[in-house]
Structure formats: C-alpha cells, structure tokens
Design a protein. Structure first.
Length: 322
C-alpha cells in the first residue's frame, strides 16, 4: 500500500498546478453560468428554425413566449439558462399552431413550469392534444388571457393588448372558459373556433422600467389595423402607455407579406425589428416587409442569419449583445 500512496502523492505534487487550474475552471464554470446581472433583463430571440421562440429572463426568473417546432425549443434554453436552473416561471403560447407550440412539450417535460398561459383556443393537431395531456398530468396552473390581462414574473411585465374579446366571442364553440382556463373540450386544452388561429394570437407589450418591446404572434394586416385603432392608440387605453416608439418589435408572422403594414409600422416605430424565421417555402421574410421596416428607421435582424438575437436592458439603456 505504501508505494501506491507514495506514487499518488508524487503525482499530485508534480501536477498540482494542473489540478488547481482544473478546479479553478470548474469554479468559473459555475460563476459563468450565473446570470450577468440581477437588474438586467435579457430578451433572447431564438434561432430555432421556422417558428417563434423568445426567452425573456432576469436573474433566475424566466418567461418563454412560444416554443417553435417539435425538437427545436430546448437548444436555446440550454444555451442561455443556467445549467442547474430547471424552473421556468411562465410559458406563454400565443396561438395553437405547430410552429409556435411544437417544442413546448419538450420544455414541459424537461423543466418545472410554474404557469402555462394561452388564449383559450384549442389546437386541432395530435401534438396539441399531447401537450394538453402533459400539462394536465403535471398539474401545471393554466391561465387564459385576453386584452387587459397582465402576466408578471419578478420585475418583468407583459400587458396583453390583443385579442380584445376572445372569451366572449360567439365564434368559440364548446363550454365556457373558466377564469383559470380549467375547462376542457374533448380532452383538448381550450375550445374550438371557426376563425383562423392567427387572428386571435396574443399580442403583448413587454415592459421593464422605460424599456418596451412588442410581441405580435402571427397577426395580419386586419388585426394590425384594429390594434392601432384602439381608442386613443397614442396612449393605449389598456396599458396606459404610449403606443408608438417601441424599442424592439418582434415582427409579425415571420415577416409575411400579409403583415407589417406601412400604417402599423409607422404607429409602432421600432428601433430594432427582429424576424424569427428559418428555412421555409413561404417566402418569409418578404422583401417588401424588410424595406418597410427599414423605411421607418428600424434595424432589421433575422434569426436565420446567425446566432440567437440577444437584447439586454437595464430598463433605461439597452443594446444588442454581440
């Protein structure tokens, strides 16, 4: 035994500096995994293919808006959340189309989700039914929201400004929604509707102190016109905030030519416009949309042209992480 102990001590003595380096790297690995600042908010537009996925986080608090397609959501979370953090405060699905909720099943399976928020509309696919089942099985609190509702996580705030009257719409078929969204139709989360899903996508204003960003789901020109026609849209009656001059716009419907009308963009006036898009056969983003965005003074970034687009703000100043 003694020779073995001596050899071990000799090895440790010869390589102590290497062991110290490995230990230090391990410590720094944990340090680097921590969020950069408790006051800063990060808005991460994920490079997750042809779909929407945005992670908003402050410290160890997170809001996830949409989850792209099946198998595409976890990569972004793993890149930006601390590896030991397995809790997400809010998962919000803007509308039940596969390129917005497809990856949420993986998220709910991997992370502890404290609240699931959506517009009350049921998806028609088996994937939506599967997501509904896992949400119910895990007993995740469900909240149905519409215009006037507020979603909070820590100091982060989302004001829902669209749709206005989804819960009371005569177009909705099925049982009346409860205030907690706990009424289900045919084992599928939510109730069915004859309206196109894009029309009722959640549009939300994210605010942190003086910083504001607008998230627009897949709304089209008709919904855009209705939003900017809200009484006194210069000072929105639902949020009490000035509607135009947003710092950041999540461009509607992946840059579709049927969205981002000139009238809408002139009302919003974003400084930065982010198009969440991947390889597709739809012509997203349309060249005319990019031109309209640039015409109102917006810097245009696309998630299919590199890494995730990361915006950081302390509530007053903001910038794009390089």
């Amino acid at each position: 035994m003694i020779p073995i102990v001596n050899d071990l001590l000799h090895l440790l003595f010869r390589h102590w500096h290497k062991l110290a380096l490995v230990s230090a790297l391990g410590v720094w690995g944990v340090v680097l995994a921590f969020p950069s600042s408790g006051k800063q908010v990060e808005i991460i537009f994920c490079n997750s293919g042809q779909g929407d996925e945005t992670l908003i986080q402050q410290g160890f608090r997170q809001i996830l808006i949409d989850g792209s397609r099946p198998g595409r959501a976890l990569g972004c979370l793993e890149r930006h959340m601390p590896f030991f953090d397995r809790t997400i405060d809010v998962v919000a699905v803007t509308h039940p189309e596969l390129d917005h909720f497809g990856g949420i099943t993986d998220v709910v399976d991997r992370y502890q989700v404290m609240s699931f928020v959506y517009n009350g509309r049921a998806g028609t696919s088996q994937a939506w039914e599967q997501l509904s089942k896992i949400i119910v099985d895990k007993n995740i609190p469900v909240q149905v929201v519409e215009a006037g509702d507020v979603i909070k996580a820590g100091e982060m705030r989302l004001d829902v400004i669209w749709p206005e009257t989804l819960k009371d719409s005569p177009e909705l078929k099925g049982p009346t929604l409860s205030s907690q969204g706990r009424t289900f139709s045919d084992s599928i989360l939510g109730v069915s509707s004859s309206l196109p899903a894009n029309q009722d996508g959640l549009v939300m204003v994210m605010s942190y102190s003086d910083f504001r960003a607008l998230f627009t789901a897949d709304i089209g020109e008709e919904e855009e016109r209705e939003i900017i026609k809200l009484p006194g849209y210069q000072v929105n009656r639902l949020t009490g905030q000035q509607f135009n001059n947003f710092s950041v716009l999540k461009v509607p419907h992946h840059g579709s030519k049927f969205s981002s009308s000139q009238e809408f963009l002139e009302a919003v006036r974003p400084t930065l416009a982010v198009i969440e898009v991947g390889k597709n056969s739809y012509g997203h983003p349309a060249a005319e949309v990019v031109k309209r965005l640039e015409a109102v003074g917006a810097k245009v970034l696309r998630t299919d042209q590199g890494a995730d687009v990361v915006v950081r703000t302390d509530g007053e100043r903001w910038g794009i992480k390089k």
